[in-house]
Design a protein around this ligand. Structure first.
Ligand SMILES: [Zn+2]
Length: 291
């Protein structure tokens, strides 16, 4: 019994030691394993840090030239332009979009591929014919009777002060304008012809209200700016509105009227309107608000 009890005690001691050793071993393994994990985490952290460190110099390098640029721009005063640039670009984009969608192509003031209307255009009761507002092909009123009467009154008034004026070209049909325009294009080229001769359908002469005026005996200056420098031409410029006419294509208004200065081309509007337009100093387009 004693022996067995001793051996039992020894056995139990051994098993306790074994358990303790096992526990120690487990703890040791666990500790080792966790330590290894932490190490690997640190390594990863190092990598991340290294990546960050590696990125930073790139960022600094990429920022530095800009800072230097900005400084140099400040000195040269271009920084304002630089800051405006994106805004302008946006504005341009906004402008160019409707241009592409809404505004048609223009050739010497004419809308490319425009079809002639079926009815003439009246703005505030005024029949308008210009590069933007053409007439129907079959609009064929002939010379306006009222305008002719007014012209004869003007001519007799001019005669009284010593100038013999005549209207050498008034109403022109679509067909006649076609012949005339083609002749001018052949002679001077399209770009030049478009400055002084209307394309068929666009001529104010087709309204029957336009009168090309010259002085008898001074045919040499008909259809030239020189007529405007003659005494007869000056008298007309100052007095035509009293008879219902205005100089239709004045000097320096080519961008608005579409035509070079034509000292000889007068448009009948009736005395009240002609007087108002003359006193306003505006072209008919500006006066009607269609410039
Ligand atoms: Zn004319």
């Amino acid at each position: 019994m004693k022996r067995s009890s001793i051996s039992k005690k020894t056995n139990s001691k051994l098993s306790i030691i074994t358990i303790v050793l096992l526990v120690i071993a487990i703890i040791a393994i666990l500790f080792f394993t966790s330590n290894k994990n932490e190490n690997s985490k640190e390594e990863e952290g190092d990598l991340e840090q290294k990546e960050i460190v590696a990125e930073d110099p790139v960022n600094e390098e990429s920022q530095k030239p800009e800072e230097v640029k900005e400084e140099s721009d400040d000195i040269s005063g271009d920084s304002n332009e630089q800051s405006k640039e994106p805004i302008n670009k946006e504005e341009n984009n906004e402008e160019s979009k409707p241009n592409q969608d809404e505004k048609p192509k223009v050739d010497n003031g004419y809308i490319v591929d425009q079809t002639l209307p079926t009815t003439p255009t009246y703005i505030d009761g005024v029949l308008i014919a210009n590069k933007k507002y053409p007439l129907p092909k079959d609009f064929n009123p002939g010379e306006d009777v009222e305008a002719r009467v007014a012209f004869e009154e003007m001519a007799s008034a001019a005669r009284k002060v010593g100038y013999e004026i005549t209207a050498f070209s008034t109403f022109r049909s679509f067909e006649y304008q076609t012949t005339l325009y083609n002749r001018y294009v052949e002679r001077d080229g399209k770009d030049n012809a478009d400055r002084y001769s209307a394309r068929p359908g666009y001529s104010e002469h087709q309204t029957g209200l336009a009168f090309d005026i010259g002085e008898v005996g001074r045919e040499d200056v008909w259809l030239t700016s020189e007529f405007g420098e003659t005494e007869a031409g000056k008298w007309l410029l100052e007095n035509a509105h009293n008879y219902g006419f205005i100089l239709r294509y004045p000097k320096g208004k080519e961008d608005i009227t579409g035509y070079m200065y034509e000292s000889w081309h007068f448009r009948y509007l009736g005395i009240p309107l002609a007087t108002e337009v003359k006193q306003s100093g505006l072209t008919l387009e500006e006066y009607l608000g269609i410039d």
